[in-house]
Design a protein around this ligand. Structure first.
Ligand code: KIV
Ligand code: ZN
Length: 516
């Protein structure tokens, strides 16, 4: 008998909470739509009381994203719960997720409350949430470091108050698999009524055990797993969705469990989160890393050619990677390009197709063979075009050993052209300072990451940048054969987003409809 484990994705809440991962409303909506295509069961869309921006974003996702349950997080306080209820109320199936810490460490040092006081607050919170919605999840924060007898009391009390899901978080990533499983077994043995609710697990990866602990919880009776795409999240991150889902599927004989997910959407999902957050994926990352299905050792290659089963436990196609690798050249026509891009998950039409094809030709003219990794990298800066966007028209950098790097940059915006000259401590710095002279936006660069897409000195350089204006973060990515050009384009993309989303929020909706 296969148990179906519900997948509760918290990329937009716990994932977004980690430093540098904040996303704007349009980006969150884009991710939520892709999560629905991935067929996750629950999307935790945000923490509505935490800011007006988060409130609006949860509300927009609740209105527009169909399929999954849409959850909003709330501390165990009336105003938080009411805000979460208001934000999720337009969802087809709304959920309120309320929490309060139950470990003595949190009670004494953070909440300064007794166990009895916290128990009462938890019960009142669940009752209040139940006045708004039927689907209420309760989390005893820091459960894995809580006294087990007390945890059982709290869980029993909130079930009686109407909680329909009880989530057990390993908030600080402290548990080990056997120990964590014991908590679930104890709750199932001791708490009356637990058989009528869904038990859930929520793990962090501080000791690198997030996925192992989640799977141990599943074996011990958890029917829901909370996780994030690419494992992004607080500190070392949350348990990683794609690893959990593929472990259950690949080791079905062991777990006797599966999920409702369409795993062939995993790669697309992972790349979208990477592109929006600007957090790179290490090449050796399980399931979604560039090398996850690459066989380099001769013995392995020989074995896989004879039978995939020798060294492959999953098929790349299962997670949405096209194993049928093709090489395009400058002689490849627009149709071949379009078909290849569709196989890689990019459905391009009209102007978008034309722009992408032009970028491909520019690269293919210089680099004889364009492989899938190059095409994916080139797509990273295909952003939504708008008339106020700055475009790079001309760029030179003079740099000599012992000299001062000097850049000349010409940008176009609509019919206007702007040219400036500037210097910096290095070539990229000179270009960025010169761009800043032209655009004059009030921001600062927080991250600049450069990597080579393939091997060789003719590899495409891929650049990711993040810029900040107050609490707002904007990301830019670009790939080009020249690292200075990629740097300039990535920076301009982030600046264009800042100008567009930062100053024309009212038009976000129109843009969203185009982008999704
Ligand atoms: O890690 C944690 O404890 C949380 C709770 C709010 C579920 O994120
Ligand atoms: Zn968490």
């Amino acid at each position: 008998m296969t148990r179906i484990i519900k997948i509760f994705d918290t990329t937009l809440r716990d994932g977004e909470q980690c430093p540098g991962a904040s996303m704007n409303a349009q980006e969150k909506l884009q991710i939520a739509h892709q999560l629905a295509r991935l067929r996750v069961d629950i999307i935790e869309a945000g923490f509505p009381y935490s800011s007006p921006g988060d409130f609006e974003s949860v509300k927009q996702i609740a209105r527009e994203v169909k399929g999954p349950i849409i959850a909003g997080l709330a501390r165990a306080r009336g105003e938080d719960i009411d805000a979460a209820a208001e934000a999720v109320k337009y969802a087809e199936r709304p959920r309120i997720h309320t929490f309060i810490a139950t470990s003595d460490i949190h009670l004494q040092h953070k909440l300064r409350k007794t166990r009895d006081e916290v128990l009462e607050i938890a019960v009142e919170a669940v009752k209040r949430a139940r006045q708004h919605v039927e689907d209420v999840e309760f989390s005893p924060e820091d459960a894995s470091r809580s006294d087990l007898d007390y945890l059982c009391r709290v869980v029993e009390a909130v079930i009686n108050a109407g909680a329909t899901t009880i989530n057990i978080p390993d908030t600080v990533g402290y548990a080990t698999p056997e120990e964590f499983a014991r908590i679930f077994i104890t709750l199932r043995n001791r708490v009356p009524g637990i058989e009528n609710i869904t038990l859930s697990t929520h793990c962090h990866d501080d000791l690198g055990l997030g996925v192992a602990n989640s799977l141990a919880a599943v074996m011990a009776g958890a029917g829901q797993v909370e996780c994030t795409i690419n494992g992004i999240g607080e500190r070392a991150g949350n348990a990683c969705l794609e690893e959990i889902v593929m472990a259950l599927r690949t080791r079905h004989n062991f777990f006797q469990a599966d999920t409702n997910l369409d795993a062939s959407e995993i790669i697309k999902m992972s790349r979208l989160v990477r592109d929006i957050t600007g957090f790179p994926i290490p090449p050796n990352k399980a399931i979604v890393g560039a090398n996850a299905f690459a066989h380099a050792a001769g013995i392995h290659q020989d074995g896989v050619l004879k039978s995939q089963m020798t060294y492959e436990i999953m098929k790349p196609e299962d997670v949405g990677l096209d194993s049928n690798r093709l090489v395009l050249t400058s002689r490849s026509g627009r149709h071949a390009f379009k078909v290849r891009m569709a196989a890689l998950g990019y459905d391009l039409e009209g102007d978008d197709l034309q722009r992408a094809y032009q970028r491909f030709l520019e690269v293919a003219d210089k680099k004889k063979e364009v492989v899938d990794e190059d095409l994916i990298a080139l797509m990273s800066d295909q952003d939504v075009a708008h008339e106020d966007e700055y475009e790079l028209e001309y760029l030179t950098v003079m740099s000599a050993l012992g000299g001062v790097p000097t850049a000349t940059v010409r940008l176009r915006r609509g019919e206007e052209r702007f040219t400036e000259v500037g210097t910096g401590v290095g070539s990229v710095d000179a270009v960025y300072k010169t761009v800043e002279k032209i655009v004059r936006t009030d921001h600062h660069l927080t991250d600049y990451i450069v990597s080579a897409v393939t091997g060789g000195t003719d590899a495409l350089a891929e650049v990711s940048v993040r810029i900040a204006r107050g609490p707002q973060i904007f990301t830019g990515r670009s790939a080009a054969l020249d690292v200075i050009e990629a740097s300039a384009r990535a920076y301009l993309q982030a600046i264009n987003k800042l100008i567009y989303y930062g100053t024309r929020r009212s038009e976000t909706k129109r843009l969203t409809a185009q982008a999704v």
